[in-house]
Design a protein around this ligand. Structure first.
Ligand code: GP9
Ligand code: MN
Length: 743
């Protein structure tokens, strides 16, 4: 044993040995940080394996640089310096993560106020006794050198061997990148979240990734000139659609509750799933809202997202601007750009308090930074809710019923009027995540497992929504609120649609791109309790049109803001729906999709368009192209920072913190005393949590139209209690399709 230790010290006394010793220490400290300080949300052994590998390649590259030096002193000083840099990054992030649940990016580091909040005077408070671990290496190495157990090596390391070390680090990095792409395709192009990148590629590589991202975005931003906003202003002035006086201000002053219906497509509305000769209404509750005269419902409302999926829909719905042609706007720009989003406008024009509720980790899609830029006062992410377990959650977060239940203790504390957003997740790919009693709804019987599960998770979402509405009614919030619901994007990607065809009474053989285009419709509903002017509108529109529509219903003039959509209730609406993929556009007359042209009402393909058709289609395409180009200029040039005519005060997002939200809300309540308008105060300072009840299993009898359903639904439930469904499925799928993004 003694011999072994002695030979180990001998190795450590060589230059390469010393380099590898530092690498080893760095690896150990990284593992400590990964598991103690960062919440990386590791879900699979594969992801764990990636974290074991990923600290090595870039740190080896870095530390290996010193091997090229000849002089002893230079080698050791440089090596220790490089090692200190790596450690500084690690420890600074470990401490920063405690406050911000995110990693330090170049932009946050440059916005000094944010970093000083995390690492300045309060940094001392963030230190923990076990942080001593980060100093153990220094103690051990100093001891070993002092006692001369290890010594300096005066021999220069051969140049060829140094090159070999550098090459090895590149090779290891390529392997790491390859393995990471298997776990999450398009990791670097779509970004998802900083946590995803660190989890897959390690902290040093994240710095490089972030540096490149920042360089790319800053380049365009710094070249943008204040005059560029003028072209935007002209476009908005020409494109603005006057509100319809019949509906303007119809919901003035009401609370707004946005409900994000994950992956929910329009075809689910009023749809009945046939299984073994019985029919099951998939979303009976949402259907009742859709068909009610208390709801403005839109039958031809299209999602307009691309690779940023959910995050793109949030950008569209709340800012009336598009996401990017590549990657996610939230990830690349959303945390820094000046924005004029719904929460900010409503707070300044209508005195609204705003909050988001979401059962996933707050870093996903960079939300924890972006929501501050949107002006959200509060963000209740998974950290505010139940601890996720195998049965109450899956990889995208807590089940919807749990999310709603856990939100109430915060919702009831918000001052009214409020603008809130609930982001559901249970109806997310792979649609196999329901467990236990929640698995009540029958599975479809196609060749495709993904399609088969889609109806059951949509039904679950429907029942979660019903439970939440029941709570709103019981607590009295319902009468003072409007509830806006929207599907964010498709749930079944185009490559799967031929298998879906049979369930839509279509033929997979004759399935066309027109059918694909029509499946990009998602619901949009504005439910206004007590109002009776509701109807199902057939106006063609998209997510970009939602915000002006909503503002007008709330009686807020949208003409002062830079919004690229048009009020869907306005008679002036032009009904040109631009998809984010250039060239894809839909109007009531024409559908141009994936390079083909169709008549929108019949689906008939136009192969030889006459002159007037060509002219009409070109005009539409130009209009769509223009809308996207204006959006891209605004987003990549951060042009709203130059816009002075909105009447809005600039937002200081560094003043917003999502760390102690409940305490903050209680303080506000206390300060206001009898003037507090929170539901909790109105309820005599008593909680309303017990008013939320969500039975996990909703009897299928109501949704099955066959008389024999009562008996058979029981059988269906047992059939579905298949333990194999609980298995974790891969969170990704690749698609050969170019118009849809892989899920
Ligand atoms: C995750 C959720 C899903 O928090 O919103 O995002 P998506 O994968 O649909 O873009
Ligand atoms: Mn989504």
């Amino acid at each position: 044993m003694k011999k072994l230790i002695q030979s180990l010290f001998k190795i450590m006394s060589t230059r390469l040995g010393f380099t590898l010793t530092l690498l080893g220490f760095y690896w150990l400290k990284s593992m400590w940080a990964y598991h103690v300080d960062f919440s990386l949300g590791l879900e699979t052994p594969y992801q764990l394996l990636l974290t074991l590998i990923n600290p090595i390649p870039v740190s080896l590259l870095f530390l290996g640089l010193a091997l090229y030096t000849k002089r002893t002193r230079v080698f050791y000083v440089l090596e220790i310096f490089l090692y200190l840099v790596l450690n500084l990054i690690l420890v600074a992030n470990a401490i920063y993560f405690r406050e911000f649940s995110d990693f330090i990016t170049i932009t946050t580091a440059m916005a000094s106020s944010k970093v000083s909040a995390g690492l300045g005077s309060s940094a001392i408070n963030l230190l923990r006794p076990w942080d001593i671990v980060y100093l153990l290496d220094a103690i051990i190495l100093t001891y070993l050198f002092r006692k001369k157990l290890i010594t300096k090596d005066p021999r220069p390391f051969p140049k060829q061997a140094s090159i070999a070390v550098t090459s090895l680090s590149f090779l290891l990095f390529s392997i790491n990148l390859f393995l990471a792409e298997i776990d999450r395709p398009e990791l670097l192009s779509r970004g998802f979240s900083n946590t995803y990148v660190v989890r897959a590629l390690g902290l040093p590589a994240f710095i490089g990734y972030d540096g490149n991202q920042t360089y790319q975005t800053q380049k365009v931003r710094s070249e943008a000139k204040p005059e560029e906003i003028n072209t935007v202003k002209d476009y908005v002035a020409q494109h603005y659609a006057q509100p319809n006086p019949d509906y303007y201000g119809i919901a003035k002053g009401k609370n707004v509750i946005m409900i994000h219906l994950e992956s929910f497509q329009q075809f689910l509305i009023n749809y009945k799933l046939k299984v073994d000769d019985k029919e099951y209404e998939v979303t009976p509750f949402i259907n009742s809202l859709y068909n009610s005269n208390q709801t403005f419902s839109f039958a031809n409302f299209f999602h307009q997202v691309k690779a940023g999926k959910t995050s793109d829909s949030e950008t569209l719905m709340e800012t009336s601007l598009f996401g990017l042609n590549q990657g996610s706007f939230f990830v690349q720009y959303g945390g820094d750009n000046t924005q004029q989003a719904a929460p900010l406008i409503l707070s300044q024009v209508g005195g609204y308090t705003s909050a988001v509720f979401h059962g996933n980790n707050g870093t996903f899609w960079n939300r924890n930074n972006v929501y501050k830029q949107l002006g959200y006062n509060y963000f209740f992410d998974q950290s505010y809710m139940s601890k996720p377990t195998k049965t109450n959650s899956f990889q995208y977060g807590l089940n919807d019923k749990v999310m709603f239940a856990d939100s109430i203790k915060y919702l009831e504390r918000l001052q009214q009027p409020f603008y809130t957003k609930f982001i559901t997740v249970s109806n997310h790919y792979p649609y196999q995540n329901l467990t236990g009693d929640d698995k009540g709804f029958p599975l479809a019987k196609t060749e495709d497992e993904t399609i088969n599960g889609y109806f059951a998770t949509a039904n679950y979402l429907d029942s979660a929504l019903e439970a939440f509405f029941n709570y709103l009614k019981a607590s009295g919030l319902y009468e003072n609120s409007i509830i806006v619901m929207y599907g964010d994007h498709y749930g079944i990607s185009n490559s799967r649609n031929p298998d879906l065809a049979q369930l839509l009474d279509k033929n997979s053989e004759t399935w066309t791109n027109y059918d694909n285009a029509m499946l990009q419709r998602v619901p949009y509903m504005i439910h206004i309790p007590g109002m009776d002017k509701g109807f199902v509108s057939t106006t063609f529109g998209g997510e970009v049109d939602a915000l002006p529509t909503l503002l007008h219903v709330l009686g807020i003039d949208s003409s002062k803001y830079i919004q690229l959509g048009q009020d869907l209730l306005s008679p002036d609406n032009q009904q040109i729906v631009a998809f984010r993929t250039s060239g894809n556009v839909i109007t009531p007359d024409y559908t141009s999709y994936a390079g083909k042209l169709y008549k929108t009402d019949t689906g008939e393909e136009i192969t030889n368009p006459d002159e007037s058709t060509v002219t009409a289609v070109n005009l539409i395409k130009e209009a769509a192209k223009k809308q996207l180009a204006i959006s891209d200029d605004i987003q990549t040039g951060d042009l709203l920072r130059f816009y002075q005519d909105s009447g809005l005060d600039p937002l200081d997002s560094s003043k917003i913190s999502y760390i102690k939200s409940l305490e903050d809300l209680k303080k506000i309540e206390k300060g206001l005393g009898s003037k507090s308008t929170s539901l909790y105060s109105q309820n005599g300072n008593k909680t309303t949590q017990s008013l939320y009840q969500a039975p996990s299993y909703r009897d299928l009898e109501a949704s099955a139209s066959s008389a024999a359903a009562a008996a058979s639904s029981q059988a269906v439930t047992t059939d579905n209690a298949d333990p194999s469904q609980d298995q974790e499925l891969s969170q990704t799928e690749t698609s050969s399709d170019t118009t849809n993004t892989p899920q």
